[in-house]
Design a protein around this ligand. Structure first.
Ligand code: ASP
Length: 310
């Protein structure tokens, strides 16, 4: 049996133990572990990395605890504008969607763009048209509404501010979701899905749907999914940079991840983290914030689920 592995995140930000209740922590861990299991069991049965990352993301999109799919944050207009992307490390085919409303699982739409459209990135109406033509599950606005996140928006509504959902004053517990995997065929994949940032301007697109910024996979190097203040991840082309540092500078996965998160993104003033996996199944999950919801499992015995710094 060839080695295989999976890692996922549920967002990075001001996630502090003192501000978390035992009940909430348990709830987060439960979904993270469900998502991990879902993805891992696909890999275990020799399934594809693409399928594993999509399935794991869908578990988190279906939970209101995370800022993706159900429970996405509110834009300045009080709407949900979601985005997602998926990339296949073997073929380097990819699909991205942004400015999505009403689609239950934006990651499925990104996958559809990758496999059933001649394009790589579709936004708004044209993406929705594809979703409808493929009969992807749609939901009314009420499905995506989460009271907690609504209150979070109320706090900064009407201001120029926009913020990471998990960095809000009262709420430390929401997040963009991402997943990376290595399957038994030696193929890598990365997927990321988000509601973006609270009170963002309508039309603002973050790093999660931008290939190379918040999501990237290449069998030669690694698969990466980022979370954090998207503007900085876009400007530092963070996910691709991890891959580049490995490919062109010969860094290990660990060294490349450290350099991107603790130097390059930080230098610009960006906060956040990423999860990454290389073709040998090594996993890294660095972040420069107080916490990051994260979990990983590998066929070589690695099994971790954590939220805070240590
Ligand atoms: N990176 C996401 C964005 O900027 C937010 C997050 O990771 O929570 O849209």
């Amino acid at each position: 049996m060839a080695d295989f592995a999976i890692a996922l995140h549920g967002g990075a930000g001001t996630i502090i133990k003192e501000k978390m209740t035992i009940k909430k922590e348990k709830a987060y861990k439960k979904i993270l572990s469900q998502a991990l299991k879902k993805g891992y069991s696909i890999l275990e049965k020799k399934g594809k990395a693409n399928d594993a990352v999509q399935a794991a993301i869908m578990v988190m999109e279906n939970s209101p605890l995370f800022n993706a799919g159900k429970g996405s944050v509110f834009s300045a207009e009080g709407t949900h504008e979601m985005e997602a992307s998926i990339m296949d490390g073997k073929t380097r085919q990819a699909g991205s969607v942004a400015m999505i409303t009403g689609v239950k699982n934006p990651i499925s739409l990104a996958r559809a763009v990758m496999e059933q459209s001649p394009h790589v990135f579709l936004v708004g109406e044209s993406a929705l048209k594809l979703a409808k033509s493929l009969n992807l599950k749609m939901e009314k606005a009420a499905y995506f509404h989460d009271e907690f996140r609504y209150q979070q928006w109320q706090e900064i509504r009407g201001s120029e501010k926009f913020q990471l959902d998990h960095s809000a004053k009262k709420n430390q517990n929401l997040g963009t979701v991402g997943c990376v995997a290595l399957d038994q065929q030696g193929d890598l994949a990365a997927a990321t899905s988000t509601g973006g940032m609270t009170n963002k301007q309508s039309g603002r697109i973050g790093d999660s749907s931008i290939l190379g910024a918040g999501n990237y996979a290449h069998n030669k190097t690694c698969a990466v999914s980022c979370t954090g203040y998207g503007e900085y991840f876009i400007r530092s082309v963070a996910a691709y940079d991890v891959s580049c540092l490995m490919e062109f500078k010969g860094l290990s996965l660990k060294e490349a991840c450290q350099e991107v998160i603790h130097q390059r993104v930080l230098e610009l003033g960006g906060s956040g983290g990423l999860i990454a996996i290389d073709r040998r199944g090594h996993i890294e999950m660095p972040f420069n914030t107080e916490g990051m919801y994260r979990a990983c499992q590998s066929s070589t015995g690695k099994n971790e689920l954590a939220i805070y710094k240590d």
